[in-house]
Write a protein that binds this ligand. Sequence first.
Ligand code: NAP
Length: 306
Amino acid sequence: MASHVEKENVPSLHETTMLYGIFGYPIGHSLSPLMHNTAFAHHGLDAVYLPFAVDPGHLESAVKSVAALPIHGVNVTIPYKQAVMAWLDDVSPEARLIGAVNTIHLRDGRLHGYNTDGIGFLHSLEEAGSPVEDRTVMLLGAGGAARAIAVQLCLSGIRRLYLANRTPARAEALAAFLKQNIPHADISVIAMGESSLAAHLPHTDIVVNATSIGMHAHDPMILPSTELGPRHLVCDIVYRPLHTRLLREAQRQGARTVDGLGMLLHQGAKAFEIWTAHAFPMLLIRERLLLALAEQPTASSPQRKG
Ligand code: NAP
């Protein structure tokens, strides 16, 4: 019976219940409450995770309330990942390089900022049995997610990074930043056009779509898929829909693929570990996310990270 189910799903809340949450605006269909509340329940932790749609004028007071309430851990999503950094006590080296924080941990009364997007992406490849050391990676996109992935890849021993973006100046700026801050990184900006991508694919091991192309049913193919083959691992960080056109066509060409759910899960897992020192129940949460994604609309609302 519905009322019975609802009752069972209400966590018992008391003054000792530890509060966690996500700050964004709008907060939309964030999957983070589902992920973290499932993980808390799995471990029997007296904790709850809430979505906070923080009005743009109130970000500073929202961040300051973290220590006051207290909120033990906060995820940060669009549009606040850069802005929150101004009010944190310290920021991890990766988050500083990426220039964005997606996870805040209140520890010893201080606000510590992290970025778990890049490492989450890397862990999703490792889970698929594909380490990145010594590989050549073609990264499409130069927005927030691409930047987190690019920084992490350059810190993780890849051989070479090809960077392509619709607006070339953004790719050039990202490449210049990476070369300056991670001097051993070997980075080439390439044109986003079909012939340029086709020319570089034979020298590429891993292709990553970190643009928002693929979220809508009529989106064009981002690259010439006939140039893909069994030598390639193709990753799409778009997870709504999960089986994007890029992944479907890559599979048809014999390439291995990794979908965007892996990055979403692993960035959440890393945040959960920072907050609780407990392991994320990965299989259980993957199952819950798949159910939730099947119930949610695909392209009618923007895909929110986290
Ligand atoms: P963003 O900062 O707004 O960047 C968007 C990127 O997509 C830019 O490189 C942009 O190119 C490119 N782009 C947008 N429309 C395009 C088009 N029509 N043709 C070619 N390129 C286009 O967004 P983001 O935060 O990086 O997110 C990018 C995607 O990754 C979104 O779908 C997001 O939901 C997803 N994501 C997934 C995860 C996960 O955990 N799986 C995490 C974060 C993000 P320009 O620079 O030329 O505008």
